[in-house]
Design a protein around this ligand. Structure first.
Ligand code: ANZ
Length: 820
């Protein structure tokens, strides 16, 4: 059996594509624009199976759009700043710049061999000074608008990477990158004021709901965490200022039997009496040694210390004790909570541990056998029987009890209805070397002074070896010559900020930069960005659900407010691919189950690997490589390719006279393939191409034969459809079919709508009781036409073999029986 030489084909077509440059996006093209974006990689090595999968899936859509006649922007770059590259560079005793550049060169080479249809004229690395100059510029714009600021507060600290982390980078109490348990440290750090956009970030999700994966939308909603409640003021004995608590359940105010304050909040320190100070400080020391995991774990006994002061319930006038504890967080709400053990399980446990009273304020259902109850029910004990109170909410359901209480508190000016968000401001400064320096100069006279625009970029000084290592303070602090500068405002001695920006800042605006990647007068050309964006599809990993995807949305909203872009959401549609695993487990060095991409490509060729990944299942599902058969993919591709060698009609042959059954199959396949690609059902699309290949093979071997123009039509359709998944095979086929020079921009096959109408049936023609022909006929064919068609059939004529026809029985449209 004929096969084509995979290695030779790969070399040949890479060269052709390099020359033709078929995927270069033209800003000025009159065609409709499409922007296909896939998350750019961290260059911490060469491409691996994970990249192979994403790029294969993503490429189906990008290539489909080209074939459909769109002008497609499909760029690729590298997220080259940041911890992965820096840690790897330190391990290999190299400079991160040398190390990342080597990996980037390798990755680009691999992407080209892999035939990913990226427009390489637009590539950049976020660690290029030409890029981070604009990251710094954007930081300063945020700073000028009050959206970048510095504050001192307890922050997440990764003891392993020796840097602070954003809340989004702490996953179940551990560092998102290295898995070390995260602790708290009191530090002055830079923040972006993402909380200003909390409501809008939430509202924007409504319009993305249909085109983004549900799990990403839900994760973002939960992360933003909007809750409605009230701020309630409790007067404190011997203190002028009341303490304000935040509660989502103001209706439970009659059940408040104590107050708890975060032990590490300044408030606790202010409130504690002299008599209780020693106990308080001892407890606080203990808590500071706890990790976030311990602090938030729910199965630990509750601990705390009495601060020695009392608070007054603003509704009942009751005196309640004030305690400090670790289960109240300093940076959420007001850092103080009204303790309602009847309604909140943590409060229940605390009250039980400390011997504080418990009063229910919501009637529990008959079958309830838990402790605290926070569900629906009629309000009770509000006030308690016989108790006198200025507010009575007994009998009201929760929602009404809530609003009535808020109204009452607002009336007596002891409280206010509020909306609260879980989302915190984005901590963006890092105590690491390999990132964009924060372009601020600290002057003892003028404070925080922006580096003047004409002095951007603030380039990283060259540090090597031990100087790079994380020390807990920024390595840049050791570069004295770089640090000490004149204040741009007063000219006096000043110092540069020595922290760098989190990599997530770099990746928050890279999608804009692709639209005018070489602009050296601005971060991007607004007109071009508005022409290409929002991007029509964003393919990437679900691990970014609340990190990159939230930050990028935030940046877009700020850029819109600055008048730089005319939209407020950067990515209209999104697709999350599953993972490539092996033998049921995530590939890892320790399990020894890693699959090397290069080996697979060497053994089966690029196309077979790509086809296997696309055909494996729905794109969102994980792929277990142990269950895959690249050999099978390869066999299929050779089978498809052989069709092109069998076609004997010439290009441009008139297909209207071709075999109708095959023509219908082709038309239906092409039509459905478009719908399937648009619904991201790429695996089903491939299955349909396989069916078309089978039908065409059958037509050649035992049907209309290789000369029928319908065979050419079908084979050309196979080549074009395969160009979305297996471009090398598609090119080989296209060339053998007599076309020049490339299939990748050949255009989507035209579908004759009439062929899609399901108005034919198969009529069986028997001669002397034996089936001699099957005819595809219109379902409303007349008896006479069917008889004529049957008698005209070659196979039937051969069977009759000149004998006189005695009788023709016609049962239109399904059967013709010829008696001779
Ligand atoms: C009284 C109450 C009664 C509460 C009740 C709940 C149920 P979400 O929904 O997540 O916003 N809380 C407030 N600030 C806190 C802090 N800094 N650390 C820990 N817990 C805090 O949670 C809001 C609820 O969590 C608030 O409503 C408060 O407890 C608690 F039957 O107030 B609640």
């Amino acid at each position: 059996r004929a096969t084509y030489d995979i290695a030779a084909a790969e070399t040949k077509w890479q060269r052709v594509w390099e020359d033709l440059d078929p995927f270069r996006a033209d800003d000025d093209s009159p065609r409709e624009k499409r922007y296909a974006l896939t998350m750019f990689p961290y260059p911490s090595g060469d491409l691996h199976m994970g990249h192979a999968e994403v790029f294969a899936l993503h490429d189906v859509v990008a290539r489909y759009w080209w074939q459909r006649g769109y002008e497609v922007l499909n760029p690729m770059g590298f997220d080259s700043f940041g911890l992965p590259a820096e840690n790897a560079a330190i391990r290999n005793d190299e400079h991160p710049d040398t190390y990342t550049r080597a990996n980037i060169a390798k990755s680009i080479e691999s992407c080209k061999k892999y035939a990913a249809s990226f427009d390489w004229s637009r590539t950049f690395n976020t660690s290029d000074p030409d890029y981070y100059r604009w990251t710094q510029w954007l930081f300063l714009e945020f700073f000028k608008r009050g959206l970048a600021y510095r504050k001192n507060s307890p922050v997440n600290w990764c003891p392993q990477d020796r840097t602070v982390l954003a809340n989004e980078q702490v996953v179940n109490g551990a560092c998102e990158r290295c898995g070390a348990e995260v602790t708290k440290k009191e530090l002055t750090q830079w923040y972006f004021k993402i909380t200003d956009y909390a409501q809008e970030l939430l509202d924007g999700l409504d319009e993305l709901e249909d085109t983004w994966p549900a799990r990403v939308v839900t994760a973002q909603r939960n992360w933003i965490g909007r809750s409605e409640g009230a701020h309630v003021d409790f007067a404190i004995d011997g203190r002028d200022e009341p303490v304000t608590v935040y509660t989502t359940r103001p209706d439970t105010i009659f059940g408040t039997t104590f107050m708890v304050v975060a032990v590490d909040a300044a408030l606790a320190d202010e409130l504690v009496t002299d008599a209780q100070r020693e106990a308080f400080e001892t407890y606080r020391e203990e808590v500071r040694r706890e990790t976030e995991i311990e602090r938030l774990s729910t199965d630990r006994p509750k601990t705390g210390v009495d601060l020695g002061v009392t608070a007054t319930n603003p509704v009942t006038g009751q005196q309640i004790p004030v305690w400090a504890t670790d289960y109240v967080l300093a940076d959420y709400g007001t850092g103080a909570v009204m303790g309602v053990p009847g309604g909140d399980q943590r409060d229940w446990e605390f009250a039980t541990a400390m011997g504080l009273p418990i009063v229910r304020t919501t009637e529990v259902p008959d079958d309830f056998d838990g402790e605290a109850y926070s569900g629906e029910g009629a309000t009770i004990n509000s006030p308690a029987p016989g108790e006198d109170a200025p507010l009575d909410i007994n009998g009201l359901p929760v929602a009404e009890a809530k609003s009535t209480t808020i109204e009452f508190l607002e009336g007596q000016r002891t409280g206010q209805g509020t909306v609260n968000f879980r989302l915190r401001d984005w901590l963006l400064s890092r105590q690491r070397y390999w990132g964009a320096p924060i372009p601020i100069i600290h002057c003892p006279v003028d404070g925080e002074v922006p580096v003047p625009e004409d002095q951007l970029p603030v380039t990283l000084p060259m540090l090597r070896g031990a100087d790079l290592k994380p020390k807990g303070t920024s390595p840049l602090g050791g570069a004295a010559e770089w640090v000490n500068v004149a204040c741009p405002t007063c000219g006096g001695p000043a110092t540069r900020d020595t922290d760098t920006m989190d990599t997530f800042v770099d990746s928050s605006w890279y999608m804009f930069r692709y639209c005018s990647p070489h602009d050296d007068t601005q971060p991007f050309d607004s007109a071009k960005v508005n022409a290409w964006m929002p991007s029509n599809l964003y393919v990437g990993g679900v691990e970014h659900a609340v990190l990159h995807l939230l930050y990028g949305r935030f940046f877009t909203k700020v850029l819109n407010d600055m008048g730089l872009v005319d939209f407020r959401e950067p990515w209209s549609a999104q697709l999350n691919q599953g993972f490539v695993i092996n033998q049921g487990k995530k590939m890892s060095k320790s399990l020894g189950n890693g699959v090397n991409l290069g080996d697979q490509l060497g053994a089966f060729g690029v196309d077979a690997v790509r086809l296997t990944l696309v055909f494996a299942g729905p794109p969102e599902d994980d792929i277990d490589w142990a269950n895959m058969s690249p050999e099978g993919s390869l066999r299929f591709l050779q089978r498809a390719w052989r069709l092109s060698g069998d076609v004997t009609s010439s290009p441009g042959a008139d297909v209207t006279t071709g075999d109708l059954a095959l023509r219908r199959t082709t038309a239906r396949t092409v039509h459905d393939a478009a719908e399937l690609v648009e619904a991201y059902r790429f695996n089903v699309m491939v299955a349909r191409v396989m069916e078309l290949v089978n039908a065409t093979r059958k037509a050649i071997d035992s049907g209309c034969g290789p000369a029928d123009p319908a065979v050419r039509e079908a084979t050309e359709a196979v080549a074009i459809l395969l160009s979305l998944v297996a471009p090398y095979t598609a090119e080989e086929m296209w060339e053998r079919l007599g076309h020049q020079p490339t299939v990748v921009r050949a255009g989507w096959p035209e579908v004759d709508e009439a062929l899609l109408v399901e108005d034919t049936v198969t009529a069986i023609v028997q001669v002397k009781g034996k089936v001699r022909a099957r005819l595809e006929v219109a379902s409303d064919i007349s008896e006479a036409d069917l008889e004529a068609a049957a008698l005209a059939d070659e196979g039937v004529q051969r069977a009759i073999d000149g004998a006189p026809v005695r009788k023709v029985i016609v049962r239109a449209p399904k059967l013709v029986n010829i008696v001779v």
